[in-house]
Design a protein. Structure first.
Length: 127
């Protein structure tokens, strides 16, 4: 919403291209969702994926804010700084959560469950 407001204020088109980098990061998160990890490890991995999204966004908003400042677009810069502050806040919350989840994952030994072993264990056959 803020980006649209900024672009409209500058008389620019508000429809952008799909971001290939962010698509890749989201695809990695999707792979984690489908992976056969123990739950605490999966939670830790998902938090890591979410933080990669946040870091990507922080980098993008920070860069655009720097350009806005250089161009003397103080209103745009102010709006971008608000968004940047929100993204950083989300990252901090994820960091706090990750500390809790990582300690749980450590207790499980960060064991990645092999799909074949998992199937055999479910079927009553042990490895």
């Amino acid at each position: 919403m803020r980006l649209e407001q900024i672009l409209e204020g500058l008389g620019e088109i508000t429809k952008g291209k799909k971001c290939k980098g962010l698509r890749g990061i989201v695809a990695e998160g999707d792979e984690i969702m489908r992976a056969d990890y123990e739950q605490d490890l999966k939670d830790a991995a998902l938090i890591s994926a979410a933080q990669r999204v946040e870091h990507y966004q922080i980098a993008a908003y920070g860069t655009v804010d720097a350009f806005a400042e250089l161009l003397g677009e103080s209103q745009a810069s102010s709006l971008l700084q608000q968004t940047l502050s929100e993204e950083k806040g989300t990252d901090e919350k994820l960091t706090e959560l990750s500390r809790k989840i990582h300690s749980l994952a450590l207790r499980t030994g960060f064991r990645i469950v092999d799909k074949e072993q998992h199937k055999a264990a479910k079927a009553g056959g042990a490895d």
